[in-house]
Design a protein around this ligand. Structure first.
Ligand code: ATP
Ligand code: MG
Length: 233
């Protein structure tokens, strides 16, 4: 589905990703864990075409995408929920969703009704300004907006950041439901329990390199990796 193969990514002369490989299979939920500054967002930026890798390859559904501009990559069906949510604060919930809408006519497609069924809170607040929503509601809106693009894979960059545990559990519920529908997910997180709950496979990144790849249970049992690279024990 999504194949990242030995990429090297730079910001100017600063070499951030070193030989990073990662895959997301059809219907699979994959988590990428790592501390602040590990390179997680840079990996997402590499995939979506904001910061293309200088070396290596990225394929999506068999097609090379690492030389495509970001707007072409998005149109292939990569839905991004960026770090820090980035909803349109002056626009209402419904307007934010309308801006994301794409491909609504296809059978089984995400529509505003389906999105509201998944996030009842957003229906209640349809007319409210995005900027006046709580942090959790803004995060739900960011996920809902990405779904409105009818993505073929969903990329989420730290959706739990700054949210209360009860809201994080709600995000987890939604991601598990999306996975059950067969939507492939790449979840970037620092929240270890959330990643364990959602992911079929996990990667851990440190200093721009993949230092662990395996199952959630395998990672949970690996005290050394957890202590050294995630700061949990
Ligand atoms: N636009 C940029 N220009 C130069 N360096 C950058 C830029 N963005 C990130 N970096 C550097 O790249 C490294 C990886 O940053 P990145 O944002 O990918 O980490 P992250 O794992 O997403 O961290 P966090 O969990 O804090 O979001 C850091 O050393 C960071 O300072
Ligand atoms: Mg980041």
């Amino acid at each position: 589905m999504l194949e990242v193969e030995r990429i090297q990514t730079f910001y100017g002369e600063s070499h951030v990703l070193h030989d990073v490989s990662l895959t997301v299979g059809a219907g699979e939920a994959v988590a990428l864990l790592g501390r602040n500054g590990a390179g997680k967002t840079t990996l997402i930026r590499s995939v979506v075409g904001f910061t293309p890798p200088r070396q290596g390859r990225i394929r999506f559904e068999g097609r090379e995408i690492h030389r495509l501009p970001a707007h072409r990559v998005a149109r292939l069906g990569l839905g991004l929920v960026p770090q820090g949510r980035r909803i349109f604060a002056p626009l209402s919930v419904a307007e934010n969703l309308a801006l994301g809408a794409r491909g609504e006519a296809a059978p089984g497609a995400w529509t505003r009704e389906r999105v509201y069924a998944l996030f009842p809170r957003l229906r209640e607040r349809a007319a409210q300004g995005g900027g006046t929503l709580s942090g959790g509601e803004q995060q739900m809106l960011a996920v809902a907006r990405a779904l409105m693009t009818n993505p073929r894979v969903l990329l989420l960059d730290e959706p739990s950041e700054g949210l209360a545990p009860i809201v994080v559990r709600e995000i987890g519920r939604v991601l598990v439901a999306l996975k059950r529908e067969g939507l492939p997910i790449l979840l970037v997180e620092q929240n270890f329990p959330l990643a364990l709950r959602v992911a079929d496979r996990v990667y851990v990144m440190n200093k721009g390199q993949i230092v662990y790849a395996g199952t959630p249970a395998g990672l949970d049992a690996d005290e050394d990796v957890k202590r050294r690279f995630l700061g949990v024990s």
